[in-house]
Design a protein around this ligand. Structure first.
Ligand code: SAM
Length: 257
């Protein structure tokens, strides 16, 4: 199917595209795999490429972009470690973003979604599913080379420890990218959602240089995207923040370096 608006590159990642029609903005990732859809998402194409709708209601990463995430996104040729891949909804989009020359090492501990992830990887050759517990990165360290980025969406009370352990062992070094879809309802009811987010960020302050977090509501209740670059003095990307609503004026559709 042809796109219902002009596909334009976004400033966030070379393989993340958008269409705008009136006030309606839609995000698309440039597909690495072939149809059929992974989870019922819409596909479109131009003369050379196929694209998959990247919906904020289905993916916390898409929700973060819509809510104005200004930190890094997975980029072509990078290697990412993905904790909590489930059956591959967002992991397949991360694999699209890193492109055919990148790799996504997708950790999932539940056998049922993992079986679907394995089937998906037959069509997404840059996706490497690993059945493992993210609390024990030593057990899969031999299967994962040093990675450029770590994405975590594991919805566990000890998310912080899991992220720190994996980042320390498997991120390539200072400047490695970190994206955590923080689920505050999993962290107990004693604090408010923003207080959980603040505590999480405070715990990372000596370990990472954080980009401004964004709330993922109304798409994902009680969630925030938190992250930045590993290393206390790492440099964050400098680029124009993408507003959550349609941008009007002379910069429309312009690609930033
Ligand atoms: N990231 C997925 C997406 O956007 O498509 C959704 C992930 S779901 C919220 C959380 C997943 O983390 C579940 O599939 C769960 O089995 C997995 N998980 C939870 N704890 C884990 C652990 N310690 N190790 C590996 N996977 C874990």
């Amino acid at each position: 199917m042809r796109p219902r608006g002009v596909l334009r590159p976004t400033p966030g990642s070379a393989r993340l595209w958008e269409t705008k029609r009136g006030d309606r903005r839609e995000l698309w990732t440039e597909a690495v795999g072939e149809p059929p859809p992974v989870y019922g998402e819409r596909w479109t194409e131009d003369d050379e490429r196929q694209f998959r709708l990247f919906e904020p209601g289905r993916s916390k990463l898409a929700a973060a972009v819509v809510r104005g995430w200004s930190g890094d996104l997975p980029a072509p040729r990078e290697r990412w470690l993905y904790l909590g891949a489930a059956s591959g909804t967002t992991a397949s989009h991360v694999a699209d973003l890193v492109g055919p020359e990148g790799r996504v090492y997708a950790i999932e501990r539940s056998p049922r979604p993992f079986a679907r992830l394995l089937t998906l990887a037959e069509r997404w050759p840059n996706l490497r599913p690993i059945l493992a517990d993210a609390r024990e990165p030593v057990e899969y360290a031999g299967l994962v080379p040093p990675v450029d980025g770590l994405y975590a969406d594991i919805a566990q009370p000890d998310q912080l420890e899991i992220v720190v352990r994996n980042a320390g062992l498997l991120l390539a070094g200072d400047g490695g990218r970190l994206l955590v879809a923080l689920k505050t309802p999993s962290m107990g009811r004693a604090r408010s959602a923003p207080a959980h987010r603040d505590a999480f960020e405070k715990a990372l302050v000596d370990l990472a240089t954080l980009a401004p977090s964004v709330p993922l509501e109304p798409f994902h209740k009680g969630h925030f995207m938190v992250g930045g670059r590993w290393g206390r003095y790492a440099r964050l990307p400098v680029r124009e923040r993408h507003p959550p609503t349609m941008r009007r004026g002379r910069n429309r559709g312009r690609r930033e370096s």
